[in-house]
Design a protein around this ligand. Structure first.
Ligand code: FAD
Length: 474
């Protein structure tokens, strides 16, 4: 009799183009998901991510059940639970996708050791990436630290192999004891906590089917205009695939293939963003300290001035800079923020407000449905100037002119900052400059919307002084 296999779902919650599933299903298979918060430590899934995870597991469970191999849900120490499960069902192999997060790599090493002591083995697959970070090196023989040559290298490798189809049937194995019902994972906000995720469902459809729909819609009607529309936060100009990619409901290979169908050249600007994701994961693999510590040493001494009041104003969307506040409120309402606005909001926090980038990173980890330690960590360090391939720190975004450039008529601000809905376009990004009669005409009573917490020129000067104080070598 063939020994069964365990299919350990982690951040690859899909059936199509899933190499771990493809390998595991050569035998009778027991699909498992384990929620192990303790292993992840301070990188445990945040609130918005948990909302997504709940719905994604629901969809995955339905899809697996329909194919004959229901999903077993467990909670606790993944290493102990999986090793025990392997022993009890006599599994010869546990198949899973590798992850770049340091905590997940520690988990893989511990599980591999436990399984091999028991006579079985852990087999890891490249499931949510295009290449394994150890499979490519820069000319120097060292890992890539700069995006452009990394992207050139990946593009020169040619097309990734075509995606695998989802299996029509699976031969399931009964678990030795029943797992938990999904509700027992307690992933959704529960009373007495207010349902802060109430509006998420109107913006998103978690799960593989939702990912496929979004990918097809984007490939059909968004891709061609992507270069023109991606920087306009008031329209749906980017793919909106980030949470689906984050949870592996769609693979980068599937995204690659679907976007190339309309023509290789046309797809390139978009695929370059997919390569930023790949690069960020590559960096996290080689620099596991990335979510916590500056990658460029002098920045470890950067004189941030932690101030709970300023951090809170930023988190709540009450900085007085309309484009930033719109972004922070969009984030709170639907668990996602437009990329351009993420950059402006992040820059304001670390530069004008001199708050540690780690505080912004942590807030995003808790509030983004696509919260990803690799993309989030690399992006914050890019903004803060401390990344290996970062924006120069002295380039300080002006939140007013950025708003005027990318949200020219103020449609984005009007949508997310209702206090400013009736403000004329001329003043929408600088409402404090509007004469009293215009403010009154727009229904903006004194105290309704704050003045900037830090004035731009003063904030910029302070940020540059902090940079000068940091060190030579920056
Ligand atoms: P598209 O423009 O359609 O891009 C397609 C895909 O490429 C995205 O879904 C994403 O997977 C990837 N991608 C795009 N831009 C980047 C980038 N700069 N870095 C890495 N991958 C990228 N993205 C996350 O997925 N998770 C995060 O936690 C995250 N945190 C961020 C924090 C800050 C401060 C900033 C400035 C950016 C962050 N990003 C993060 C990157 C980017 O903002 C989002 O990936 C993008 O807005 C998602 O929207 P989209 O799917 O429509 O993107």
């Amino acid at each position: 009799m063939t020994a069964p296999a365990i299919l350990w779902f982690r951040q690859d919650l899909r059936l199509a183009d899933n190499p771990a599933l493809e390998a595991a299903r050569q035998r009778p298979v027991l699909p498992v998901f384990v929620l192990d918060d303790a292993a992840a430590g301070d990188l445990a899934y945040g609130g918005a991510a948990r909302w997504w995870l709940h719905h994604s597991l629901e969809a995955l469970g339905r899809d697996l059940g329909a194919r004959g191999a229901p999903l077993l849900l467990l909670r606790g120490d993944a290493v102990a639970l999986l090793a025990d499960l392997a022993e009890r069902i006599g599994a010869g192999e546990v198949h899973a996708g590798w992850l770049a997060e340091p905590w997940a790599r520690a988990q893989e090493a511990a599980l591999a050791a436990r399984l091999s002591a028991g006579g079985s083995r852990l087999v890891l697959h490249t499931s949510t990436h295009l290449v394994h970070p150890d499979a490519i090196r820069a000319g120097s023989g060292r890992p890539y630290a700069v995006y452009a040559p990394f992207a050139r290298k990946l593009l020169a490798m040619g097309e990734p192999p075509p995606p695998l189809a989802a299996p029509a049937r699976l031969e399931g194995v009964s678990p030795p004891s029943p797992g938990l019902p999904l509700a027992a994972l307690a992933l959704l906000p529960r009373p007495p906590v207010p349902d802060w995720a109430a509006a998420f469902g109107s913006a998103w459809k978690p799960g593989e089917a939702g990912a496929r729909e979004r990918l097809m819609r984007f490939a059909r009607s968004g891709l061609a205009d992507y270069p023109l529309r991606r920087n306009d936060p008031s329209v749906e100009g980017s793919s909106g695939l980030s949470p689906h990619l984050r949870w592996g409901e769609v693979s980068p290979r599937q995204v690659w293939q679907a976007s190339r169908e309309g023509g290789a050249e046309e797809a390139l600007p978009f695929l370059r963003e997919i390569l930023w994701r790949e690069f960020s994961h590559h960096l996290l693999w080689h620099r596991p300290e990335m979510p916590h510590a500056a990658l460029r040493a002098p920045f470890a001494r950067f004189p941030f001035e932690p101030d709970r009041r300023l951090l809170r104003a930023w988190q709540r969307g009450r900085t007085g800079y309309p484009i930033v506040d719109a972004g922070m409120r969009q984030l709170w309402q639907i668990g996602w923020m437009h990329n351009r606005v993420r950059m402006i909001a992040a820059s304001l926090l670390v530069k004008h407000l001199l708050q540690p980038w780690q505080d912004g990173f942590a807030w995003f980890m808790d509030t983004l449905v696509d919260a990803d330690p690799a993309n989030n960590g690399a992006s914050w360090q890019w903004i803060a100037g401390s990344g290996t391939d970062a924006a120069p720190y002295f380039r300080v975004f002006n939140p007013v002119t950025q708003g005027e450039k990318f949200d020219r008529d103020g449609a984005y601000v009007r949508r997310w900052v209702p206090e400013l809905a009736a403000m004329p376009a001329r003043f929408i990004h600088r409402p404090w400059d509007a004469p009293a009669d215009i403010r009154a005409g727009a229904g903006l009573a004194e105290g309704t919307y704050p003045r900037p917490v830090v004035e731009h020129a003063a904030g910029r000067a302070r940020a540059l002084a902090a940079l000068r104080a940091t060190a030579r070598g920056v």
